[in-house]
Design a protein around this ligand. Structure first.
Ligand code: SAH
Length: 353
């Protein structure tokens, strides 16, 4: 891997300081920052307001980490676009671009793979290969925006990886993506999803960001949650919910709980009642998601009427719940699956060549 420095992960002040050491004035740093952060260029040669010599010197010292489109699937149903991107070392990650009434939202990955081991999730099947840098998380947005020409106004950190297991890079990403000299995506339009790494939730709470914290709860008690989410052995449901209550109180931001509805596992009336009891009175919203089939496991989604009954029970506890609309159903848009199928294709090729 290159020893060159990752220029797109610098914030403006750091870039100014670094470039000042090369004798460059502040306005040059601002120009370069704009090329990197707003235009999302992938080479110094695209920085047409810099001299050729300067572009050359920069490229000798710095690397622009980018995301190259390896595969692209467009849904016939709703225009959802799923990308498989390759990074500078050849590793791949997935992103999904979705169109909503309020604009375009992108779901980005924060790690190559994931080590959290949730039983229903395709991203974690082969563990975590590495963390993404802030620039690589940003590059997924740049690549999708430059490919489609749309303005992306919302970001969800719900792709491959556990964002709070890559805390420093994700914090830097949040700083850069919301910078008004950069993409200027408001923190209120950003959601970070976690499987429940409690010490990091507490650290994030202290930052008092205006982002939405999504918590992948998926079960109302330790018996069920520990069976499907190994992280629960470390921080159990009560510990997690206590951290969530504190987070909501400090930030005045509503917590969004993700709850994948898995037939016969976590979708009974008793589960709904237990969940209702535990979330009652909390500044929270529950997103019920019919679990996506992953071919390596045997989980199946709950039926429509089961999900409706579950929602009704939660309502009797005053807990707000909605069923998440499925986008990109025809392109396997849930994360982790495209990378796996590409890896399989790659493996087949190797065998046959
Ligand atoms: N690691 C983070 C973010 C990535 S996963 C987290 O756990 O929150 C994004 C969301 O997709 C999480 O809520 C995760 O539990 C959910 N998910 C993973 N596999 C799924 C599947 N097969 N069906 C439905 N949701 C799934």
């Amino acid at each position: 891997m290159s020893e060159k420095r990752d220029i797109k992960s610098y914030n403006l002040i750091e870039l100014q300081q670094t470039l000042a050491q090369m004798g460059l004035p502040k306005f040059r740093a601002a120009q370069i920052y704009k090329w990197l952060q707003v235009q999302g260029v992938t080479s110094f040669d695209e920085m047409t307001n810099l001299s050729k010599d300067l572009r050359k010197s920069l490229s000798e010292i710095f690397l622009i980490r980018s995301a190259k489109i390896e595969r692209k699937l467009v849904s016939d149903i709703d225009d959802t676009v799923k990308y498989l991107f390759s990074l500078c070392d050849g590793e791949t990650v997935e992103s999904v671009l979705m169109k909503y009434k309020y604009g375009y939202s992108i779901c980005v990955s924060t790690q190559v793979g994931c080590k959290m081991g949730c039983k229903f999730c395709a991203s974690t099947l082969n563990g975590c290969v590495r963390n993404l840098t802030a620039s690589e998380i940003l590059s997924q947005i740049h690549a999708a925006a430059n490919d489609t020409g749309v303005r992306i106004s919302h970001v969800v950190l719900m792709g491959m990886g556990e964002p709070l297991d890559n805390y420093e890079n994700v914090m830097r990403f949040l700083e850069l993506v919301s910078d008004d000299n950069g993409l200027n995506i408001s923190a209120r339009n950003i959601s970070l999803s976690t499987c429940g790494i409690v010490p990091k939730i507490k650290e994030l709470e202290q930052k008092r960001l205006q982002i939405t914290l999504s918590v992948s709860l998926h079960a109302p008690n330790d018996a069920i949650r520990s069976a499907i989410m190994p992280v629960n052995h470390k921080w159990n449901v009560d510990t997690l919910l206590a951290a969530c209550r504190s987070y909501a109180a400090t930030t005045s931001r509503r917590i969004s709980f993700e709850y994948a509805m898995i037939a016969g596992v976590n979708d009974s009336d008793a589960c709904a009642k237990e969940l209702g009891q535990k979330l009652k009175g909390m500044l929270a919203h529950v997103n019920l998601i019919p679990v996506n089939n992953v071919k390596e496991n045997s989980f199946h989604k709950s039926g429509k009427s089961r999900i409706e009954a579950f929602t009704e029970i939660l309502k009797t506890y005053g807990v707000n719940a909605t069923v998440r609309r499925t986008l990109g159903a025809d392109i396997n848009a849930s994360c982790g699956q495209l990378r796996r199928s590409a890896a399989e294709v790659g493996a087949d090729k190797e065998v046959s060549s």
